[in-house]
Each structure stands twice: as structure tokens, then as C-alpha cells.
Design a protein around this ligand. Structure first.
Ligand code: ADP
Ligand code: ZN
Ligand code: ZN
Length: 743
């Protein structure tokens, strides 16, 4: 048989749009363009039903899957050059396959909003120029009739190369009206020129000098650099302050010297101005920043700067893992255990940490995971020799590790939420000029509003949850659905007086103002961070030493270094000890170690006090006797015995409906139609720990397997049927591969 080796021009374009579709849509090229002019990775405008959508070309196909006559044509090509290069397309495709999420939605979430909406990939500047006819008109009899038009034409004609629309706008408030008439008469024309992307901030001066690396730091840098030409996953383990960031910076400098770019990922709250400044001072190149707090214009500028290679280093949070850093040569994931790397509310539920590894492997470059408390997944991969470990001991000039101690709540009475030994310790440290950090992972005044006469507790009408008392704001708030109510003074059921029960940051602040009245105090939680000056002002007042006590939530455990803090108090650790979620213990231990790491960084030996009703709990005991290492060894053995991740692969199918029954029935039906295989177990469905949230009922079905392959094969076969079922039952559902909580 003769195989004809003839190149057939591709006739069909497969295009992904931002919609929940299983596969890309097929289109013909626009009438005026041959398909070769429309590269994969370029954006196009396409008709979808009666509206229009922006899509990205995935590939060319020779044969459509339906009759050619049924296909519609692309309306417009937005990017003559691919917006997304083949390497990024490969990463996005991998993400879509692995998380079983529509490719079009994955791509959309990876792009800055402005590009998603069709804005140009390169910054364009609008300009206006007078035509030959226009210049003639100025002198001839055919002059514009209105004085305004005449003046505008003269102004534009005075700049033979053209004048920026911005400048016109600055001089002429309503210039566009006059311009419209001039343009209609053919006297002026609109131009566009490419602009250099304005980087958020140019670098000033020469790079700041680096400290002399310790032996361990030097070894880490040398080993990473020696393997820089291929994929390698490095785990850099070291307490807060041991010098991990210094290693990142040195590796980044070496990568830059080889002409390659650097991507540095940090947790959402870890991206502090101090870190940005440190990178800008130390690296002799422009550094771009990408995070959720930026405006659309700023994000677009950062993205463009990376893509054009103007910014050589990108510092960013979760979604920056998809950013087009030119010539990427190194990825760093700081605080790799942090749960904010996982997208968990809506959209594709990816882990940026895991995708950093995928991207590094695809590009054959090193990836560096840093943490004082590595995740169990990472520890497991270290043990299996898939990753290589590097350890930084405490630095010589660093204070010794803080001492951890438990305060038994059963043998001490609480005074305003604090046990006597805790109050004594605080006074002692404050008297010795130390600063005190009080961690309580609950914002608001109190978690419960109770009627002592009839036992009524203020409930959220939309959730299986209590409303939190926010006393300063005079409100009850639901932390799950956002509901707000005025704070009542009397019971809704019997009219008796009500009182707040339990502690939140706001109430601890009040207690401490009474107990330690002489010392300035600040509070850092989501509520105060939204105030004037934001979290920066609060952090600054601790750093300057002006504030002596800092009360806060999780927000204080990340990114900030407080050299003057000598005592850390952990108030409600017990919450994490008895959770139904298998990851709760890991998270609690990480939080305690991370918050402890904020203490005694310089002069003083730090002290950490943990208030608990369960001082003999094995988790707390292992943490106290052997630190995170010991705790992790014990807890990992438990995970292995129970066959939980990282010793198994997990996905969870979550559903919500107007009734518990609706959600459970849907999941039962889904379970019934799942292909049966011995390699994969289905567990459930069960109602979620807090089943009712925002008027909807939530339930879940666990999918578990010892290996990744069978799990994904099952999902591939099964999900189309799940989608059909959901449509019929009007149920919302979402699949979460590698979930970080399964409550
Ligand atoms: P980590 O990232 O592990 O928290 P950093 O790299 O931020 O630690 O280091 C903590 C502090 O110690 C910083 O002020 C840093 O400049 C300093 N430092 C780090 N390495 C050295 C070193 N080899 N010599 C002197 N100072 C160092
Ligand atoms: Zn009552
Ligand atoms: Zn609610």
C-alpha cells in the first residue's frame, strides 16, 4: 500500500472558549485568512449561538467531526503571534486533563482579565494624525466651519508624526466630538503604535550586597546550580530565619546570569512589600509582581512585561504559576506547604505547588520548594527519593529555637480567655522589653451569642452555623455566607438578655487592653487589615517597636518577621485536634511551628505557650518532644496505616442542591453509574460536615485509589455521565482532584 506523504492544509480550527464544555469547538478560518495564519495559542473572536466569545486556538485539524457545512467561521484573529507559547499551552492542557476541568476555563483563569476580554497582548497607544487633505483644509477655503474643529485640526496637524489621544484628552475635555466630524471628512486619521510596557517600578541603583553565605547555604546553592540544566525537585528545609530566602536569591542571580528568567511563588499573604523590595534591591533586573490585589491594568502590565522579557523575575501568588516568564530557568515555591497554593473555591481546583513541579519537568529546569514545615506530600516524595533534600540549620547569629510549653486549661481558670500562667508570662516578657504575639484563629468578638435563660443561640438562617458576634461593628456575621444582622441585646425567643460566649480576636484585644493596659496593642485580622493603612500599618507598628502586643489570626503566621517578639501565645489549638478532616493535624502542627517561628529571632530565646484542654494528646506531645520532624514521622505512619494521601490518591465529587436529599440522591446516582473497577474505591455519599451553607445543602462522594492511573481513567469515563445527571437533576457539582480538605 502506498501512503501518500502529502501535506494537507488544515481546514478546521479547534478553539477553546471560556465555558464548561468537554471539548474545544470547531470553526473554519475567516474567509480572508488561510488557516496557517492562525497559530495555536492565538486568541480569536468566534460566534457562539447568538453571541460572540473570545477563544484560544488549541490546534488545527484536517477533518471536522461534523459536516463542514455545519461549521461557522472565526470572526476575527486577535493575536497574529500566539499569545500563549507551546510550552504554556502544554502546561494548560496538562492542568485541564489532570484536574478534569474544561480547557477553555483553565486558559481563561490563567489570563489577566483584560486579555480574557480581548484587549491587545501588546500595549497600544492611540494616536491621531492629520491627513494630507486635512493639512490642505487648514489653508484652503474648505476650512472646518466650527472654531473648535479648526482649533483641534490645527493642534493635530502641528504634530506631523501624530499626537497621543491622552494628550488631546488632557487639553480638550470633549475632543472626541470634534474629532469625529474631522475624521468623517477624512481630515484626520487614527493610528496605533506599540508601547513599551511600563513596569510597575524601575530598579534604582546597583544591587545591594549579599551576606556571606553559610556553609549549608553555599552547599544548597552549589548543588542546585550544578543540576540547573535539567529537571530536579529540591526541598529546602529550614526554620523561619534560617536563610532560605537568601538561597532563593542566590539561585535566582545565577539563573539570571545564564540569561534565564525566574518565577518565585509565594502564598497569598506572604507577598509582603518587604519581600518585593528585597528582591528588587538584590537582583539586578526588573522584577514584576502578580497577585490578586492588583488592578486589571497592573496585572496586564506585569503579564506583558514577563512575556516580552522586560521583567526577568516574577514574584507572584497562586495563578502566577501560569505566567509567561520568558526563558524560564528556575521556579521557587516559598512556604510550599501553604494551603493558599490550592485553588479551592470555584473554577479549576489546581495546586500551584504541584503545577510548579509539572512546569519545571516540562521545561527541564529545577524547582525549589522551601518550608520550615514541609507538607506530607513533599516529605513522602523526599522519602521516596523523587525529590532531593537540602537542610539549613539555624544560623549562628540566630536565637536558639523557641521553647514550647503547654498550659493545661483543666488546672488553670481562665481570666478573660487567658490562663494565669499565660498572663504572668506576658507581663514578664513585656517587663523585659520583649514583644508578645497572641494567636487566635478566629476573628470577631465571640463565636456565639447565647441566651442564658432559654439556651437560644443566634443561628445563621442560611447555614448550619452560628453567627459570630462583631461587637465594634454592632453586628452578627456569618463567616460562611457573609450574612449580616444588627447585634441584638435581647433573646429573640424569650426576650431575656443575651451574652457573647467564647473568644475571638476582638474580645482578646479587649481583655488584653484591660490586663496589660500600659502596653500598646494592635490587632491583625481580616477586619483590621481592611481598615486605613491596611495590614502594612499594623505590621509596621510592631516592627518599629511602637506596639508591644500583637493579637491576630492566621495572617500573623505568614510572611512577616518580627525580630522583637519573645513570647508567642497560641489560644485555641484544640479546634484542630479533633477534626473529621485527615489533614487537620498536619495543618495545626504547621500553624504552631510557623507561629512559633516568629519568636526570638534575634536577641532573646523565644517562648511559646499553647493553651489546651488536652495536654496529653499525642500530636501535641510529639510536637513538644521532637518538633515538626517527630510529629510528621508519627502522623505520616498513621496516614500510611489508614491509606490516606500521600499514600493514596484522592478526588472528591462535591454536590449542592436545594435539599439534602437532592444532593445525596444525585451523588448516589452518580455512584451507581461509575464504571466498576477493583483499583478504585468510592466512599459515600455523605452530607458535608456543615451541610447547609448559604441556603444550599452540600454532600460529597470520595474517590480513592492506591495509584494515580486507575483513578484518572475512571474519572475520564465517568464524568460525562455525571454531567448529564447533574443537568437533569439541576444540581451543582464540582470535582476536586487532590483535595486539601474533605470536611
Ligand atoms: P528565611 O527565608 O529562611 O526566613 P532569610 O533568608 O529571610 O530566612 O534570612 C533571615 C535573615 O537573616 C535576613 O535578614 C537575612 O538577610 C539574614 N541572613 C540570611 N543568611 C545570612 C547569612 N549567611 N549571613 C548573614 N545574614 C544572613
Ligand atoms: Zn432566651
Ligand atoms: Zn450563613
Amino acid at each position: 500500500m502506498i501512503v501518500e506523504n502529502q501535506v494537507v492544509a488544515p481546514r478546521v480550527l479547534r478553539i477553546a472558549i471560556n465555558a464548561p464544555l468537554c471539548s474545544p469547538l470547531e470553526y473554519l478560518p475567516p474567509p480572508n485568512l488561510s488557516p496557517e495564519c492562525i497559530p495555536a495559542g492565538a486568541r480569536v473572536r468566534v460566534p457562539v449561538g447568538r453571541r460572540e466569545a473570545i477563544g484560544v486556538v488549541i490546534e488545527h485539524a484536517e477533518q471536522p467531526s461534523v459536516a463542514v457545512s455545519a461549521l461557522r467561521a472565526v470572526r476575527e484573529l486577535l493575536d497574529p503571534q500566539p499569545l500563549l507559547d507551546p510550552a504554556l499551552m502544554r502546561l494548560l492542557k496538562w492542568t485541564s486533563d489532570y484536574y478534569h476541568h474544561p480547557l477553555g476555563e483553565v486558559i481563561a483563569s490563567a489570563l489577566p482579565p483584560a486579555l480574557r476580554q480581548g484587549r491587545p497582548a501588546q500595549a497600544l497607544i492611540e494616536q491621531w494624525r492629520a491627513t494630507a487633505a486635512g493639512r490642505e483644509a487648514l489653508t484652503a477655503a474648505a476650512q472646518p466651519r466650527s472654531a473648535r474643529q479648526r482649533e483641534l485640526l490645527a493642534l493635530i496637524a502641528a504634530a506631523p508624526e501624530g499626537i497621543d489621544a491622552d494628550r488631546l484628552a488632557a487639553q480638550w475635555p470633549r475632543w472626541r466630538e470634534a474629532a469625529r466630524t474631522l475624521r468623517l471628512r477624512g481630515w484626520i486619521e487614527r493610528l496605533e503604535r506599540h508601547a513599551e510596557v511600563a513596569l510597575p517600578q524601575p530598579r534604582i541603583g546597583s544591587p545591594a550586597p549579599a551576606p556571606l553565605l553559610s556553609e549549608a547555604q553555599q552547599l544548597a546553592v552549589t548543588r542546585i546550580e550544578a543540576g540547573a540544566a535539567k529537571f530536579a525537585a529540591w526541598v529546602l528545609q529550614g526554620a523561619t530565619g534560617s536563610g532560605k530566602t537568601e538561597v532563593y536569591l542566590q539561585c535566582a542571580l545565577r539563573t539570571l546570569a545564564r540569561g534565564r528568567g525566574v518565577l518565585l511563588l509565594v502564598p497569598e499573604i506572604g507577598l509582603t512589600p518587604q519581600l518585593v523590595q528585597r528582591c528588587r534591591e538584590r537582583l539586578d533586573v526588573p522584577v514584576a509582581v502578580l497577585h490578586s490585589g492588583l488592578s486589571d491594568a497592573e496585572r496586564l502590565a506585569a503579564w506583558r512585561a514577563c512575556r516580552q522579557g522586560l521583567a526577568r523575575v516574577l514574584l507572584g501568588t497562586r495563578s502566577a504559576v501560569f505566567a509567561p516568564v520568558a526563558q524560564l530557568g528556575l521556579i521557587v515555591v516559598d512556604e510550599e506547604h501553604d494551603s493558599s497554593y490550592k485553588q479551592y473555591d470555584g473554577g479549576c481546583r489546581y495546586s500551584a505547588r504541584d503545577l510548579a513541579l509539572v512546569r519545571a519537568r516540562q521545561l527541564a529546569i529545577p524547582v525549589l520548594l522551601g518550608s520550615a514545615t514541609p507538607s506530607f506530600e513533599t516529605l513522602h516524595n523526599l522519602q521516596a527519593a523523587r525529590y532531593q533534600g537540602l537542610v539549613l540549620p539555624r544560623r549562628n547569629d540566630q536565637a536558639p529555637a523557641p521553647r514550647l510549653a503547654l498550659v493545661d486549661l483543666r488546672s488553670h481558670t481562665l481570666h478573660l480567655g487567658l490562663a494565669t500562667p499565660v498572663i504572668d508570662a506576658m507581663r514578664r516578657h513585656l517587663a523585659a522589653a520583649g514583644q508578645v504575639l497572641v494567636f487566635i484563629n478566629r476573628r470577631g468578638y465571640a463565636p456565639t451569642l447565647l441566651c442564658t435563660a432559654c439556651g437560644w443561640i443566634a443561628p445563621c438562617p442560611a447555614c448550619d452555623a452560628r453567627l459570630t458576634v462583631h461587637r465594634a461593628a454592632g453586628q452578627l456575621r456569618c463567616h460562611h455566607c457573609g450574612r449580616l444582622e444588627p447585634l441584638p441585646t435581647r433573646c429573640r425567643r424569650c426576650g431575656h438578655e443575651v451574652k457573647p460566649v467564647g473568644q475571638g480576636t476582638e474580645r482578646i484585644e479587649e481583655s488584653l487592653r484591660e490586663l496589660c493596659a500600659a502596653h500598646a496593642l494592635v490587632r491583625l485580622d481580616r477586619d483590621t487589615a481592611a481598615g486605613p493603612g491596611g495590614s502594612e500599618a499594623i505590621v509596621d507598628s510592631v516592627l518599629s517597636g511602637e506596639a508591644r502586643i500583637l493579637v491576630g489570626t492566621q495572617m500573623i503566621t505568614k510572611g512577616h518577621h518580627f525580630p522583637g517578639v519573645s513570647l508567642v501565645v497560641v489560644l485555641n489549638a484544640d479546634q484542630g485536634l479533633f477534626s473529621t478532616d485527615f489533614r487537620a493535624a498536619e495543618r495545626l502542627a504547621q500553624t504552631i511551628v510557623q507561629v512559633a517561628g516568629r519568636a526570638g529571632r534575634e536577641r532573646l530565646q523565644g517562648e511559646v505557650l499553647i493553651q489546651t484542654e488536652y495536654p496529653e494528646h499525642p500530636l501535641l506531645q510529639s510536637l513538644l518532644s521532637g518538633g515538626y520532624e517527630r510529629f510528621a514521622a508519627v502522623a505520616l505512619a498513621e496516614r500510611a496505616a489508614a491509606q490516606w494521601p500521600p499514600f493514596a490518591r484522592l478526588a472528591v465529587l462535591r454536590a449542592s442542591a436545594r435539599s439534602v436529599d437532592g444532593a445525596l440522591k444525585f451523588l448516589s446516582a452518580a455512584r451507581q453509574c461509575a464504571p466498576s473497577t477493583a483499583a478504585v474505591r468510592l466512599l459515600g455519599p455523605v452530607a458535608s460536615a456543615m451541610a447547609r451553607r448559604a441556603e444550599r445543602y452540600h454532600a460529597q462522594l470520595l474517590i480513592e485509589s492506591a495509584e494515580r492511573g486507575p483513578l484518572h481513567r475512571l474519572l475520564d469515563q465517568w464524568l460525562p455521565q455525571v454531567q448529564t445527571l447533574a443537568r437533569a437533576g439541576r444540581v451543582r457539582y464540582a470535582l476536586d482532584v487532590d483535595p486539601i480538605d474533605i470536611q
